[in-house]
Ligand binder design. Structure first.
Ligand code: MN
Length: 256
């Protein structure tokens, strides 16, 4: 098995190293990841400038490729030929913060997995840790890495339905306190963004999208409810965003 590992926090992020080391127990691993942090950068295809790639060493001495593109660019680069050996699975993460509800549209972690479906028609897993209550620098990724390995092994064994990828969120708990796995649906985030206007030294206004950290609605069966109750949330996602329930209603408007 050959597994491509990427992330959105940058190639030297500890979550990527933990994930890559866990994946090495399942097969051969190639790493192509952004050289910088692209968190909340969404789905990107860089078309108006060249992409540069350089070889770097992770903290365990292993070899990785770092690109100046977005996470989705990294997956496209790898699958379009930068990585020579055929890839069986793409894993992205481990992100230090949960990606639930509408987060999936912002998330570089998740959009890297989307790109695996688009460019490679491959099974893909996005992995995020609900570590927002802990200082990022002191996060322990070991339990998440163990869980990533269990999920990846199952996906390699069973395959995923055509066009489906997994958005996995892991509660920040010691392994023995994690209650199990839940197959969930995408929940609803509650964003509490607030615009802050400030004045620069030349008297010009500039803006920050600030505000408090988002919360979410703990509806039964959702990603958020699962992690809030100590379960690993596995949400199968697809790229068909059609609002099927609205098709008939819109057709009935009459368009002649
Ligand atoms: Mn991130």
């Amino acid at each position: 098995m050959h597994i491509l590992v990427t992330n959105d926090d940058g190639v030297l992020a500890p979550g990527l190293l933990a994930l890559a080391q866990a994946m090495r127990e399942l097969g051969e691993v190639s790493i192509v990841a952004p050289e910088q942090n692209w968190s909340a950068s969404g789905h990107v295809k860089t078309m108006h400038r060249p992409l540069r790639v350089k070889e770097v060493r992770l903290h365990d001495g292993s070899r990785a490729l770092a690109s100046d593109g977005a996470p989705s660019d990294c997956v496209a680069l790898a699958l379009l030929g930068l990585v020579k050996q055929p890839v069986n699975l793409v894993v992205s993460g481990v992100n230090p913060n949960a990606n639930i509800g509408h987060d999936v549209t912002y998330s570089g972690t998740v959009t890297a997995a989307m790109e695996a479906v688009i460019t490679g028609n491959l099974p893909a897993i996005a992995l995020s840790l609900d570590g927002s209550r802990v200082h990022t620098a002191s996060l322990d990724y070991a339990p998440a890495a163990t869980i990533a390995k269990r999920i990846a092994r199952k996906v390699l064994e069973k395959g995923l339905p055509q066009g489906v990828f997994l958005n996995v969120n892991i509660p920040y708990l010691p392994l023995e306190q994690i209650k199990g796995f839940r197959i969930t649906r995408q929940g609803l985030r509650v964003y509490r963004d607030a615009l802050e206007q400030r004045i620069d030294p030349r008297g010009q206004p500039y803006y920050w999208i600030g505000g408090e950290a988002p919360t979410a609605i703990p509806e039964e069966g959702t990603d958020y409810e699962a992690i809030a109750n100590g379960y690993v949330s596995i949400t199968p996602l697809q790229l068909d965003l059609t609002a099927w329930s609205a098709l008939k209603a819109l057709q009935a408007w009459g368009w002649e």
